[in-house]
Design a protein around this ligand. Structure first.
Ligand code: NI
Length: 169
């Protein structure tokens, strides 16, 4: 297993669109293990492959308090959305220190393959539903700050670039 570096906004590769996984083989299983390790180390509740610069449709999530219920979603597809939405305060490992409100569906059903290549459908709500929608956006090259106003987004971009310059010194 290996810890993988996480791309930080506004890295251009965060806007790449991920391709479907052709087959859940040992390479994908190793990627999943590395992504889980990276997510737990970074204390995140979700990580999309896009964030570690791999542009394939793979997501890992763990919203449990005990951090012992990993979920792996390969080639996820939303098969149903609730009619209702709510504003949720979100953060992202690729935009450290920034939290803001994003409108999300209250519940979504998501069909995906697991790490064994088995297809299943999960009915999600609350934090898990938000996390699924946030991570699936990453696979489409979308970072949550893109839902915010251009003014807010530009402020965040400036702040991130400044922090990255300071880190590089
Ligand atoms: Ni994120």
């Amino acid at each position: 297993m290996a810890l993988l570096p996480i791309l930080c906004y506004p890295h251009p590769n965060l806007h790449k669109i991920a391709k479907p996984v052709a087959s859940v083989d040992t390479r994908i299983q190793a990627l999943v293990q590395d992504m889980l390790e990276t997510m737990y180390e970074a204390k995140g509740i979700g990580l999309a492959a896009t964030q570690i610069d791999v542009h394939e449709r793979v997501i890992v999530i763990d919203v449990s308090e005990e951090r012992d219920q990993p979920l792996v979603l390969i080639n996820p597809e939303i098969t149903w959305k609730s009619a209702t939405t709510h504003l949720n305060e979100e953060g992202c490992l690729s935009v450290p220190g920034i939290y803001d409100g994003v409108e999300r569906f209250d519940e979504v059903h998501v069909k995906a393959l697991n790490e064994k290549g088995e297809s299943r459908t999960m009915e999600t709500k609350e934090l898990l539903a938000v996390c699924v929608q946030h991570e699936m956006d990453h696979l489409m090259g979308k970072v949550f700050v893109e839902y915010l106003s251009p003014l807010k987004r530009n402020r965040i971009k400036t702040k991130m670039l400044k922090a990255q310059r300071e880190d590089a010194r």
